[in-house]
Design a protein around this ligand. Structure first.
Ligand SMILES: [Zn+2]
Length: 249
């Protein structure tokens, strides 16, 4: 690590459980962020600021005026600009020390599997079930940890799925219990800071996974009720009949 990096990241390096090795792990890491909207904005900005060495941003959408209420990586000058390009510009102003790759496409099939396999952690910041389910399958296939978040109205939820650990559930195990819901902010609304609360937690869980510190939310579903100002934690069982994580074995 260079002197400038030691200075830039000094407030993290001084944490005894994180230390020099934690920072080096972040600098060496490649993180795939799928969706650069409400959740993806704080995830990308905090991981960039914290010094994750290589961020791969995926989003096929352009910035819309109605996005600015919550998607804080973008600004008024970014209307109609691809979200990956707008976020990459902001990140380069925040931290020119890290590498950013942009994929302005809807990732699917072999291209998705390839990107997931290259990543140390995948952060799911999308709002549609098809992409969520295929990301989950790709993560399980390549044994890549997945940090999943969702936000709607005044509520949010978060969970980490880690295929490297035995007997842990996957996103499909969770989705089985909530199968009736394909809810989007466009149809249901969301209060601005909720995506910040959940996205920031996703960034934190990602850093913990990369640096190997603390207790990651594997096998747990954390739910935030913004109106009550309360977090709740639920145990998330592995489904014996799950077709993705194969709980039968
Ligand atoms: Zn499963």
């Amino acid at each position: 690590m260079q002197d400038e990096q030691l200075l830039r990241y000094s407030r993290q390096i001084m944490l005894p459980e994180f230390d020099y090795h934690g920072q080096q792990a972040l600098l060496d890491a490649r993180v795939l962020i799928v969706g650069v909207g409400g959740l993806g904005s704080p995830v990308a900005l905090y991981l960039a600021a914290a010094g994750v060495g290589h961020l791969v941003l995926v989003d096929d959408d352009v910035v819309d005026f109605s996005n600015l209420q919550r998607q804080v990586a973008h600004d008024e000058g970014s209307i109609d600009v691809p979200k990956v390009q707008s976020a990459a510009k902001r990140i380069s102003q925040l931290n020119s020390d890290i590498k950013v790759s942009c994929l302005a496409e809807r990732l699917a099939g072999d291209a998705m599997l390839e990107q997931v396999a290259l990543a140390d952690v995948v952060v799911d910041c999308t709002d549609n079930q098809i992409t969520r389910s295929s990301l989950n399958k790709a993560c399980w296939q390549s044994k890549t940890p997945l940090v999943s978040g969702a936000a709607i109205r005044f509520e949010g939820q978060l969970s980490v799925f880690d295929p490297r650990q035995d007997n842990t559930p996957c996103y499909a195990c969770l989705h089985h219990h909530t199968a009736d819901r394909d809810v989007t902010c466009a149809a249901n609304g969301v209060i601005s800071p909720i995506v910040g609360v959940i996205g920031t937690m996703q960034a934190l869980e990602t850093i913990k996974l990369l640096a190997g510190v603390g207790e990651v939310a594997v096998g747990k579903l954390l739910m935030f009720d913004g109106l009550a100002g309360q977090w709740r934690s639920f145990g998330l069982p592995k489904l014996p009949q799950c077709q993705v994580c194969g709980g039968m074995e």
